[in-house]
Design a protein around this ligand. Structure first.
Ligand SMILES: Nc1nc2c(ncn2[C@@H]2O[C@H](COP(=O)(O)OP(=O)(O)OP(=O)(O)O)[C@@H](O)[C@H]2O)c(=O)[nH]1
Ligand SMILES: [Mg+2]
Length: 204
């Protein structure tokens, strides 16, 4: 998987679903609140420095940004939920596009939900996880920015999150792991997930 991810290339950026490539093959999307490190995570797991654009200021990713791994497999970097500095109207428009994407994208094989380990399970994240469970969408949660906490505090947050989500985890479509896009730690679990999701039968 790592080798294929290394070859991922920018494919296109689009403000709405109409601009996405044909709904074929398999796609994995990175989703989360604004500034949790989605774009940094994408770069880290692909072993590339500047594939997706990152920024210190929230609201960097304003489109659905598609990266092609090969002819049949893609990663999609989604705009962050809840970015306060754009108008409410723009926020709602993004949320609507993300909701449509999650609801209707047939090639969506799995979702990577990025949370900031210092602010886990915010209401929008809870809502998203419940929706994923209802939709039977395979989801992996990365508790990102683990470098900001001590090892002990990171581990204890992981246990708390797993406890809160135990009923969803037991059903089998949800998993959680520690991650740091900055220190490039915690990649193994997500590589295994991607290898699994991307080996499903292709949508045509
Ligand atoms: N300490 C630390 N900082 C991180 C980590 N991952 C991302 N950041 C920082 O968090 C900020 C936001 O990172 P992005 O990757 O642009 O976040 P995003 O979720 O894509 O943001 P939007 O596209 O604006 O929603 C940047 O300043 C990153 O350097 C991490 O693992 N540790
Ligand atoms: Mg981003």
């Amino acid at each position: 998987m790592q080798k294929s991810l290394h070859q991922a290339k920018f494919y296109k950026s689009t403000p709405n679903l109409l601009g996405l490539p044909a709904d074929k093959g398999l796609e994995v999307a990175l989703v989360g609140r604004s500034n949790t490190g989605k774009s940094t995570t994408l770069n880290t797991i692909c072993g590339q420095h500047s594939l997706a654009r990152t920024s210190k200021t929230p609201g960097r990713t304003q489109h659905l940004v598609v990266f092609e791994i090969d002819e049949h497999r893609r990663l999609v970097d989604l705009p962050g939920f809840g970015y306060a500095k754009v108008s409410r109207k723009t926020q709602l428009a993004w949320e609507k596009e993300i909701n449509k994407y999650l609801n209707f994208r047939k090639s969506l094989a799995g979702l990577v939900l990025i949370m900031d380990i210092r602010h886990v399970l915010q209401p929008i994240e809870d809502e998203l996880l419940n929706w994923c469970a209802e939709a039977n969408l395979k989801t992996h949660v990365l508790l990102n920015k683990a470098d900001k906490l001590s090892r002990g505090a990171s581990k204890s947050t992981l246990l708390q999150v797993e406890k809160r989500l135990c009923s969803l985890i037991e059903r089998g479509d949800l998993s959680v792991s520690l991650f740091s896009g900055k220190e490039k730690t915690g990649c193994e679990d997500i590589w295994l997930k991607l290898a699994d999701w991307f080996s499903q039968e292709l949508q045509d």
